[in-house]
Design a binder for this molecule. Structure first.
Ligand code: ADP
Ligand code: MG
Length: 270
């Protein structure tokens, strides 16, 4: 049995083949021992390839003989594989935004890839800042809460500033995330989380679009667990598609890209 593992800052993502289909599972990175125990229980015949920032730490908990591979390479390869499998219509060159705990922006061209930018604003910001604002740290709970919120209570829009005159840019664009918060007074927990979600979505979208402009790409694929079971985050990013004039896609199982890439590199090494 072959297993690919992407041990990131928040989640350990695992992928393997069963009857020709990819199968996935994840463990919180905070309990690396659980992931290690599960991997050991797969048996001695198992070949494991690890990637991600905590790959070495996880490898140290496993019997000798695991392989490791470069995280960016694995992520881009895995994403390409998933998109091909899903028959997504991708151009030769596109931007790949991996919104994990933090965010990395890559340009992919054919099978070549390059990390071109990134930001510390990512899924970790969604959870961390939401926690500071609400006391809730559970991802699923925050996702549900955000859906009940209204970011407009806290965000200052362009049209809020340009009151009696036409704005030079669309009025619905955010002029300032949380820019209305101090004037608006106490806001509900759902509104706060919704505003954090919007700030994260807008930040990663802007960076991805800038990369599209700079590298002359007209499509961006968004991956990373920040979008996993998080339709509102996907919808918020996709909501800017028209204004940005570029296509955005969210490959299914995109959060498993690194694990799939690590799995594929075992095959390659055969
Ligand atoms: P990393 O590779 O850095 O671990 P991921 O791509 O796994 O990053 O994304 C981590 C982010 O995904 C978290 O910060 C959070 O926003 C979101 N997330 C999705 N599912 C979960 C979950 N079950 N537990 C915690 N965070 C989750
Ligand atoms: Mg990652």
């Amino acid at each position: 049995m072959d297993i690919g593992v992407d041990a990131g800052g928040t989640l350990v993502k695992i992928a393997w083949w069963a009857k020709g289909e990819l199968v996935f599972r994840a463990f919180p990175a905070a309990v690396l021992d659980d992931a290690a125990r599960w991997l050991v229980s797969r048996g001695e015949e198992t070949r494991i390839c690890l990637t991600g920032g905590r790959a070495a730490e996880l490898a140290a908990k496993l019997p000798l003989g695991t392989e490791t591979t470069d995280e960016f390479r694995a992520t881009c390869r895995g994403a390409l594989h998933l998109m091909k499998q899903q028959r997504l219509d991708m151009p030769e060159r596109f931007v790949l935004a991996n919104v994990g705990t933090g965010t990395s922006i890559h340009v992919v061209e054919g099978t070549e890839f390059r990390r071109v930018s990134g930001t510390g604003v990512g899924g970790g910001t969604f959870v961390g800042l939401s926690y500071l604002l609400t006391g809730i740290s559970n991802f699923e709970k925050l996702v549900r809460l955000a859906e009940q919120g209204e970011p407009g209570q806290l965000d200052l829009l362009v049209k809020d500033i340009y009151t009696m005159t036409d704005a030079p840019i669309p009025g619905e664009l955010t002029a300032s995330n949380f820019g209305k918060a101090a004037a608006a007074g106490p806001a509900g927990a759902a509104d706060r989380v919704a505003a954090v979600l919007k700030m994260v979505a807008e930040t990663v979208l802007v960076l991805a679009m800038q990369a599209c402009d700079k590298y002359e790409a007209n499509k961006a694929a968004f991956i990373g667990s920040t979008f996993h079971n998080h339709p509102l985050m996907q919808r918020t990013v996709a909501g800017y598609e028209k204004a940005a004039g570029k296509k955005v896609v969210f490959p299914a199982n995109g959060w498993m890209s690194g694990a799939v890439g690590a799995l594929l590199s075992l095959k390659e090494a055969e």
